[in-house]
Ligand binder design. Sequence first.
Ligand SMILES: [Zn+2]
Ligand SMILES: [Zn+2]
Ligand SMILES: [Zn+2]
Length: 447
Amino acid sequence: MEYLDEILHDHSFNIQLKSQQKECLAHLLNGTNVFAMLPTGFGKSLIYTLFPLIQKKMTGSRKTSLVVSPLRALMIDQVIRLEKHDVKAAYMTKDTPPGMMEDIKKGFVDIIFLSPEMLRSVKIDVLKCHQSQISLLVFDECHCISEWGLDFRPDYRKVSDIVSLFSDIPTLLLSATATMSVQNDLYNLLALDEENTRVVAKLPDRPNVFIHVEQQPCSQNHEIQLQWIINMVSELQSTTPKTIVYCQNLRQCETLYIWLMEELESLAYLNGVVNIKNRMIEMYHSRTDESSMHRILSDFKNSESTIKIIFATVAFGLGIDIPNISIVVCWGVSSSAMTFWQELGRCARNGSDGYTYTYPYARSLSLCSDKKMKDLIKEKGCLRNHILSLFILDGMDEDLPTSSACDVNECDVCKCQMCRCCSNCKMKCCCKGKDLVNHLTKYHTTS
Ligand SMILES: [Zn+2]
Ligand SMILES: [Zn+2]
Ligand SMILES: [Zn+2]
């Protein structure tokens, strides 16, 4: 890729491409489809950003990536971000500004973002006009096609129409978390030929995040189980680590929120000043009104946020990228192993130490219909390996990580890989994870 350095420089991308990004580009330039499973924050979008720019250098005429993306807010962010790099991008949604639509019609753009709903609308004719210019078809967060398609966004499964329209250009599938069954589903749905599709993947491990699953049977009494949160906030106050507590439904979210607020009283407010601006505890779910959602998110994003603890449902999810969340608590088991890993994935994105605590109380287990999630809870070996094994795709060559125990059993605070991995590994270390600094052991008093 002779033009690569020149393009990176011209568009002020001040970075060195990672080997996986280069590998994807090389396959695509060969006309091969790519299924790329790479972690959040890896720079997946750079692949479809650079591809048309390289082709433009090679052919002398403008080329365009067509990116199907599930989230409108993300598309808008991307368009603004790319503008700073002198890359012309536009989005086609229900509310595309007229000027932007004109640019698309005239073929003046390098990247077109498209919502799945648009795939069925008449605007697709606009794309037909530029069939020869569009040189890459991309499905961002492609696992959504498989996960959501059946129920709440049926349009997502209509994607095969657009695939047939652009059958002679390569397809790029992007995801941070996909399983082999998702992969097979997508290959079928998009009529992708396995022979002509390369997998470029990195297991979505989060080595800096400790995984604790409370032992079975686990009580549903939050006053006892989550008492450590009261102790932690009381003691640490404004230095309380940022925490999300995932609840299984809205009612539970409210119950836990009210409980914690009542227990903490004025300690739930910064400096004890009782005032909504100082409240360190919040709730976030599908019925949170839009202005509160906005207020909560914009505060929580700050490195020095006032809000420290959010009780949330899955509504607090896709598209939320906050680097310094230190603790993720799952109160009850998540609906699927995939959802669990996505929730865990919001922890410690900045690479610092993160902790997840899961409470698989009986009722949540009986409501969970995902066998893989239930198997995970029963696992006696390494929890991390168990879940990562679900992400091994067909055509991928990467082994599961192995951890080794400390070889002395006199360490004061064991920080060996076993003790930093998960609650099961920790108990198997010769020092039994002695005094591993962990919120449960530190703040959980049994009086
Ligand atoms: Zn482990
Ligand atoms: Zn040790
Ligand atoms: Zn150890």
